[in-house]
Design a protein around this ligand. Structure first.
Ligand code: IPM
Ligand code: MN
Length: 352
């Protein structure tokens, strides 16, 4: 099969980790007889520096022409403490999600046996936890009307949701729940927010169509607590954009390192596969960042974009082996030897 993949490394550690994932992609392609056709695009701060735009049209076209996008991260500290910046790296990521219609962000959280002791949470709480966060990605406060008034002294972001947006993400969450342990938790703040009451209403209307799935409803504050006091409760968790952003960072603690959490953003056009950890500028260029989340995102790409399950599994197996054999970067190494980003990438590719 011919695999047309757009590589968008972005900023910070993005280029280093995407490079390792690309090695894994090549290794799998070779093993299973596929041909990879790479294309390349700038996004984020590196795109602003070159073009003035964080998601240039050329990059959009590159994404549209590809079957899948392998993405690193965006962000640059020079923008972080400048609330007046007209264009920001993050705008590029949001534009990419919006323009590609990527309304669904899938963030699986799993634990690795040999790493449960790495979690800041008690081993018996996290051992065996395995759930999927489904985050709505193109609505809510991220995209609702926002602005300032009163000479800039009043600011607002609107948490706007349309019924169709809620329906399509819930439908997807239900379908994932069906293929897993048939338990869906709808996370909202329906005791306070009108947008959440719409979510809950739509979910209650849809639930009877999925009699095989147990649906429960949980307020987001309670869910935040449950994620660290009893993560094994969850199978599929679905929520709106902002809650999903926050809860998935929190959920990454369950698996022991943010450097392990992969994600897939899917929807109308080309899907984007990316680690959830962000650009980690302090580590950029040092060859120390954990590439496993990006490599696991490449596994998701094989599974979701190409339907190549065996290929995805081959990547997952190699990642699990690298963890078992302690071929890991400093975030996971503990007292053992810390390998560099590229050493881990080479090891995983060779193991495939
Ligand atoms: C994420 C990131 C982004 C988000 C930022 C970089 C805009 O934190 O993918 O979770 O908030 O969605
Ligand atoms: Mn985030």
């Amino acid at each position: 099969m011919k695999l047309k993949i757009a590589k968008l490394p972005g900023d910070g550690i993005g280029p280093e980790v995407v490079e390792q994932a690309a090695k894994a992609v090549e290794a799998v392609a070779k093993k299973f007889g596929h041909e990879v056709e790479w294309s390349f695009g700038y996004v984020g701060a590196c795109a602003i520096d070159r073009t003035g735009s964080a998601f240039p049209e050329e990059t959009f076209n590159t994404c549209m022409a590809a079957d899948a996008v392998l993405f690193g991260a965006v962000g640059d500290p020079k923008y972080d403490n400048d609330p007046t910046a007209k264009v920001r790296p993050e705008t590029g990521l949001l534009a990419m999600r919006k323009q590609l219609g990527l309304f669904s962000n899938l963030r699986p959280v799993e634990t690795f046996k040999s790493l449960v002791h790495k979690s800041p949470l008690k081993e018996e709480l996290v051992d065996g936890a395995d759930f999927l966060c489904v985050r709505e990605l193109t609505g809510g406060m991220y995209f609702g009307e926002k602005g300032r008034r009163d000479n800039g002294d009043t600011a607002y972001d609107t948490n706007l949701y349309h019924r169709f947006e809620v329906e399509r993400i819930l439908k997807q969450a239900y379908e994932f729940a069906r293929r897993r342990r048939k338990h869906l938790t709808v996370v909202d703040k329906a005791n306070v927010l009108e947008s959440s009451r719409l979510w809950r209403q739509v979910a209650q209307e849809m639930a009877p169509q999925y009699p095989d799935v147990t649906t429960d409803y949980m307020y987001v504050d309670n869910a935040a607590m449950k994620l660290i006091t009893g993560p094994k409760f969850f199978d599929v968790l679905v929520t709106e954009n902002t809650f999903g952003d926050i809860l998935t960072d929190e959920a990454s603690c369950v698996s022991g390192s943010m450097g392990l959490l992969a994600s897939a953003s899917i929807g109308e056009h080309t899907g984007v596969y990316e680690p959830i950890h962000g650009s980690y500028p302090q580590a950029a260029g040092k060859n120390i960042a954990n590439p496993l989340a990006t490599i696991l995102s490449a596994a998701m790409m094989f599974e979701y974009a190409f339907g190549l399950m065996e290929e995805g599994k081959a990547i997952r197996k190699a990642v699990a082996a690298s963890i078992d054999e302690c071929i890991v970067t400093e975030d996971l190494a503990g007292d053992g030897k810390a390998y560099s980003t590229s050493e881990v990438g080479d090891w995983v590719a060779a193991h495939i």
